[in-house]
Design a protein around this ligand. Structure first.
Ligand SMILES: *[C@@H]1O[C@H](CO)[C@@H](O)[C@H](O)[C@H]1NC(C)=O
Ligand SMILES: *[C@@H]1O[C@H](CO)[C@@H](O)[C@H](O)[C@H]1NC(C)=O
Ligand SMILES: *[C@@H]1O[C@H](CO)[C@@H](O)[C@H](O)[C@H]1NC(C)=O
Ligand SMILES: *[C@@H]1O[C@H](CO)[C@@H](O)[C@H](O)[C@H]1NC(C)=O
Ligand SMILES: *[C@@H]1O[C@H](CO)[C@@H](O)[C@H](O)[C@H]1NC(C)=O
Ligand SMILES: *[C@@H]1O[C@H](CO)[C@@H](O)[C@H](O)[C@H]1NC(C)=O
Ligand SMILES: *[C@@H]1O[C@H](CO)[C@@H](O)[C@H](O)[C@H]1NC(C)=O
Ligand SMILES: *[C@@H]1O[C@H](CO)[C@@H](O)[C@H](O)[C@H]1NC(C)=O
Ligand SMILES: *[C@@H]1O[C@H](CO)[C@@H](O)[C@H](O)[C@H]1NC(C)=O
Ligand SMILES: *[C@@H]1O[C@H](CO)[C@@H](O)[C@H](O)[C@H]1NC(C)=O
Length: 351
């Protein structure tokens, strides 16, 4: 009786531990895995020992409020607020808009230049983001910093005479202008300006706005000319990868190889620097942590529901079983379980 109770308690403890463990699988042990609404998986972390290196440190705005508000995580000590981190090598941040506004009475109201500087190993995603400029007597200049600290400058401009000629959902030079982000960019400075202080368009456009933003998060229409004045930030996608070495070189050196999980694989990021990891097929979790990739229990997934009869989970896969007297692959979308012995078996036992 006593032993039975102990067993029950032990089972309970094991299941509680399992729940706790599977919840925090994404961060290192004893590390915060969540700030506000944002998950913080390793290689990111909030303090030394929790992140891979300083490039992946997350700082939090922990000012005490009454009533309390959710803490905001920032990338290193920058002003870039993190809204999500994905283990596929991306993170989304909020990034400030550069503005130049001029008031009718000739007193300059706003002139805000914005700079972004990413920690080493992180880059502005060049396919998801664009440089966007909005205004009708407007341009923005950007100076970019690429790898090896090569620098260059570009710009984009938009001129129009009339609010009525602006086209909704179109950013092709009328009130809105858009250019691509150069590859391998880690820093940018955006300055907005006007050609003529909005002299001929001041009825409907008295501001120039320039910003790097996720293209899908911005749609243009005429009301943007005035409403962007009250907008401070836009989302931007950042790419991350680990280390300076590619997979082959890093694998040679366990201290620089980031794919710590036994069931992980290394792959090369699009931007070509460092390496990234993912879990092997049939596993899920955090490939950057020792033991981070866990076997997926395909049999316990109601939505998958693969097997016609019995399902047996295996390391990295599963098997469908057919009862005695049946043959086939047992899969619902395969041959299933067919009554009778298989032909091969019949032939084999026929003699
Ligand atoms: C933290 O929050 C306060 C109050 O909202 C704000 O003034 C301050 O700039 C924030 N710090 C950072 C790093 O954003
Ligand atoms: C706006 O500020 C930037 C630097 O802060 C300066 O270079 C630029 O000349 C200013 N623009 C105007 C129109 O004053
Ligand atoms: C690039 O510039 C940053 C600071 O702006 C500096 O820390 C870094 O060492 C430079 N890198 C190279 C390769 O010169
Ligand atoms: C616009 O106004 C600013 C501030 O009054 C002035 O410095 C600048 O020269 C003006 N630019 C043009 C093109 O008139
Ligand atoms: C313009 O776009 C903004 C943001 O997408 C939207 O909220 C607003 O309703 C649009 N206005 C018009 C007139 O389409
Ligand atoms: C931190 O990691 C990044 C990316 O893996 C790398 O580029 C950077 O050089 C590392 N920084 C230090 C101080 O080791
Ligand atoms: C890995 O290390 C071995 C022995 O140290 C060396 O022969 C090999 O060239 C290295 N491979 C790479 C890709 O650096
Ligand atoms: C292995 O990587 C570490 C950290 O990046 C570096 O300090 C060390 O020199 C590397 N060792 C070899 C043999 O390349
Ligand atoms: C940019 O992000 C998208 C997903 O948002 C991804 O498909 C693409 O590969 C990324 N670009 C680079 C250079 O990593
Ligand atoms: C079941 O499998 C589907 C498809 O792979 C996946 O999206 C879902 O998250 C799984 N559900 C559970 C509870 O693991």
């Amino acid at each position: 009786m006593g032993l039975h109770l102990h067993l029950l308690q032990a089972q309970l403890l094991v299941s509680i531990l399992l729940i706790l463990f599977s919840r925090s699988v994404s961060a290192k042990p004893n590390c915060m895995d969540r700030r506000g609404n944002v998950n913080i998986p390793f290689p990111f972390g909030t303090r030394e020992g929790c992140y891979f290196n300083e490039s992946f440190s997350v700082t939090c705005n922990d000012t005490n409020y009454d009533p309390p508000i959710p803490p905001k995580p920032f990338l290193t000590n920058s002003a870039l607020q993190i809204t999500s981190i994905s283990l596929e090598g991306h993170l989304r941040v909020l990034q400030s808009i550069s503005k130049y506004c001029y008031s009718r009475n000739g007193i300059e109201v706003i002139n805000l230049t914005r700079s972004i500087e990413l920690p080493s190993g992180l880059m502005i995603n060049d396919t998801a983001n664009k440089l966007i400029v909005v205004g009708c007597d407007s341009y923005a200049l950007v100076s970019w910093k690429l790898r090896e600290n090569r620098t260059y400058s570009t710009g984009c401009m938009s001129l129009c005479d009339n609010k009525d000629e602006l086209v909704d959902d179109s950013c092709s030079g009328l009130g809105c202008c858009m250019i691509p982000i150069p590859k391998q960019t880690w820093a940018a400075r955006v300055t907005s300006d006007s050609f003529d202080n909005f002299t001929r368009v001041s009825d409907f456009s008295i501001c120039s706005y320039g910003f790097i933003a996720e293209e899908s998060a911005f749609t243009f229409n005429a009301s943007r000319l005035s409403t962007l004045r009250n907008v401070e930030v836009f989302p931007m996608v950042i790419d991350w990868a680990v280390g300076e070495e590619n997979c082959e070189k890093a694998r040679n050196n366990s201290s620089s190889y980031a794919c710590k999980s036994k069931n992980s694989k290394c792959y090369k990021p699009h931007h070509g620097h460092g390496h990234r990891c993912h879990c092997q097929e049939g596993y899920e979790g955090n490939p950057y942590l020792d033991g981070g990739c866990k076997d997926i229990d395909e049999c316990n997934n109601q939505t998958l529901n693969i097997c016609e009869k019995d399902c047996k989970n295996t390391a990295g896969g599963f098997k469908c079983l057919c009862p005695k007297g049946y043959h086939g692959d047992g899969k619902k979308d395969g041959r299933g379980c067919i009554r009778g012995q298989s032909l091969v078996l019949k032939v084999a036992t026929g003699y």
